[in-house]
Every structure is written in C-alpha cells, then in structure tokens.
Write a protein that binds this ligand. Structure first.
Ligand SMILES: *Cc1c(COP(=O)(O)O)cnc(C)c1O
Length: 363
C-alpha cells in the first residue's frame, strides 16, 4: 500500500464533513504561564495529596469500574445541591455529554442550535453526527441573547437541541435570565443549559429543573479544578435522562476518576477556597485591564476575561506575550464578533501580575 492509495481510500470513505474539519487545536504550553484553558491554577495541599495517594493504592485496576459510579453521583448530588427528583448521567467530561445528547436526539435532517460566539464543541459534534447546525449571533455590544432573532430561528429550524452556555464561553457573560426562559418555553425540543463555569457565579438554572419539561442542566468538574480527571454531569428529568443514558459507553468513568472525584468532593472546602480566590482575582484583573489604555475588557462571571485590543495588532500581541512566557488564547479570527479579542484565564495573583507586566511591555 502506497501513500497515494491510502489517500484515495480516505477520500473515498471518510465523510466529507470530517475531512473538511480541522482537529481541535491545543497550544503547546511547556514552560509557559498557562492562561489559555480555564484551568484552576492551584494544586492541592500536600497533606491532601498524600491522603489521596493512599486511597488510590486501594484501586483495583484489574477490575472494571462500577458502571454507574454511585459514589460519585452521591457526592455530586450533595455538593451541588442537585434537586432530589432530578436524574443524573455522568460523562467523561461534559464534552462527552454533548456527544451523548447529540447521539440521542440527533441524526441527519435534525438540527442543533446555539448562539455564536460560544463553545465550539456544539458545532463540532453536530458535524461529527451529520446534523445541521445553526449558530445565531449574539448582540454585538454586550454578547447578550438577541431574543427576537433567536426566537425566529427556533421557529424556523425547529431544533432538536439548543445548547446555551451560562455563563458563556468565550465571552464570560450570563445571558439575560428572562430571555433564556423565553427560549426554553419556545423550544420544541431539549434545551441544555451548560453551566461549566458554575463555580464562579451565583446564577444557576438547577433550581428550575423539573419546572420545564424540556430543560436539562450540564456541569463539569474541569473548571473547578479537576480538569485532568474528566468528569461531567447532566441533571434533569428522568424521562429524558433514561434515554440519554442508553448512549453512554458502559465504563466511561474510570476507576481512578471515580475514587478521586468522591475523595475531592469530600474536601470541597479546598476547592471552595480556591474558586473564591479566583473570583476575587478576576475582579482585580478586570480593574487592571480597565485602567490600561488600548484595551476593553468585557465583564465576566467565569474564570476568564475576554478583552478587545483597540489599537495594536492582536496576533502580534498574542505572539509577543508568548515570547515573554505568557500563554493566552487568541480569539481573533474565530468569529466576526471576536475581532481583536484575546481570552485570558484568571491565574494565581502572581501569574496575573506577570501577565499584566507582559502586556505593559508589549502594548
Ligand atoms: C470547558 C467547557 C466545557 C467542557 O468541559 P469538560 O467537562 O472539560 O469536557 C463545556 N462547556 C463549556 C461552555 C466549556 O467552556
């Protein structure tokens, strides 16, 4: 087999929609101050790490993990105050839950609808499954929902699923609550409120579960500080979740994740302290951005801040920051509303100062 025949086979058999995609790109971060991926910058206290390692020693990795992960579910219910009547489905990260939802409700001729700019996986997973995707632009000035346009799009496309990130990534804002409720009421299918950034805001749709037939809430432990474990959860009415659960691969939550998550949530105060520090640092960072000329930060309820450069060339600034050891995310080019924008994850106070210094050198 030559490379040529391989290419021909690929061209013949790999679906055009997949061939046209570019793979999800992760920037090389070795040795850099990593403010590009909304990770919690803090490690666990040493004593806690020791206790955790002791627990991992008991893991029977020769056995399959528990298929339902009941220990994880109980810990999540308690720590997130999931309404008792809500059912739970666990995913290998909430990315996998998006995929499971799409597999359950999707297929050719069906539509996933979201807003733009927002989390790119909604569109990507629609493409993976050969579904139609509709991205309704947010308002230009404040990235809020454009309710009339959105309602018209829902009416016209009759989406099987609507994904709304609350707070939204990459813009950081919470959508207007009343507008979001109107969408839930108008939607013919399922509405997924994606609360990946719940640890950094007081707002949530969890208390509304059960009041709407078509509402589910998705969360993840990634942004709280367990990104490496890969655990997401979907909470909602049993009638929906029983169906979605059928698409879950039997052992998607591995034994190390099951043990570690249950352990971590028993020590929730550690994460609460860390996320509180991040929220505080976010406010300081926002003010610091505001006082600098030539940049416009957007208010954030998440652990990152989107900002627009008003003068310099953003790609050059992004590169110059990296040359000074600071990695942020270049949003320019990913959507027209994100022209000249960077997204900066909130780090430790020390990292944030280094980042601001780097900006001052570059701008
Ligand atoms: C980061 C993020 C996710 C994915 O989180 P994982 O649980 O790590 O897969 C989902 N939704 C939004 C809006 C995010 O920003």
């Amino acid at each position: 087999m030559t490379e040529e025949t391989g290419k021909e086979l690929v061209k013949r058999w790999v679906r055009p929609a997949i061939r046209e995609l570019s793979a999800y790109h992760v920037q090389e971060a070795e040795g850099l101050i990593k403010l590009d991926a909304m990770e919690n910058p803090y490690r666990w206290p040493e004593a806690l790490r020791e206790e955790w390692l002791g627990l991992l020693r008991t893991a029977e990795v020769n056995r399959y993990p528990h298929p339902q992960a009941p220990g994880v579910k109980a810990a999540l219910r308690e720590s997130m105050a999931i309404p008792a009547e809500a059912e739970l489905v666990l995913g290998n990260g909430s990315d996998e839950l998006i995929q499971m939802i799409a597999m359950t409700l999707g297929g050719a001729g069906r539509t996933i609808l979201s807003v733009e700019p927002s989390f790119v996986m909604y569109r990507m997973i629609a493409t993976f499954l050969g579904m139609d995707y509709v991205g309704v632009p947010l308002q230009t000035d404040d990235f809020n929902l454009d309710l009339e346009v959105l309602l018209a799009a829902v009416e016209r496309h009759r989406p099987a699923v609507i994904f709304l990130a609350y707070p939204n990534n990459p813009t950081g804002n919470l959508f207007d609550e009343a507008a979001l409720l109107r969408i839930i009421e108008a939607a013919p299918g399922l509405v997924v409120v994606d609360e990946a950034y719940a640890p950094f805001t007081d707002a949530s749709f969890l208390p509304r579960l059960g009041r709407y037939d078509n509402l589910v809430v998705m969360r993840t432990l990634s942004k709280m500080g367990l990104a490496g474990l890969r655990l997401g959860l979907l909470a909602g009415p049993a009638v929906w979740l029983r169906e979605i659960e059928k698409t879950r691969l039997p052992y998607n939550i591995n034994i190390l994740t099951q043990l570690s998550v249950a352990f971590a949530l028993r020590h929730r105060e550690v994460f609460d302290t860390q996320t509180a520090a991040i929220r505080e640092a976010r406010e300081a960072m926002f003010e610091a951005f505001q006082t600098r000329k030539d940049m416009e930060p957007f208010p954030s309820e998440a652990n990152f801040i989107l900002l627009r450069l008003t003068r310099d060339r953003v790609a050059d600034v992004h590169r110059a920051l990296r040359d000074r050891g600071v990695l942020v995310k270049l949003m320019h080019g990913s959507h027209p509303l994100l022209e000249d924008c960077l997204r900066v994850t909130v780090g430790t106070p020390g990292e944030n100062l280094a980042m601001l210094d780097a900006f001052d050198e570059v701008l």
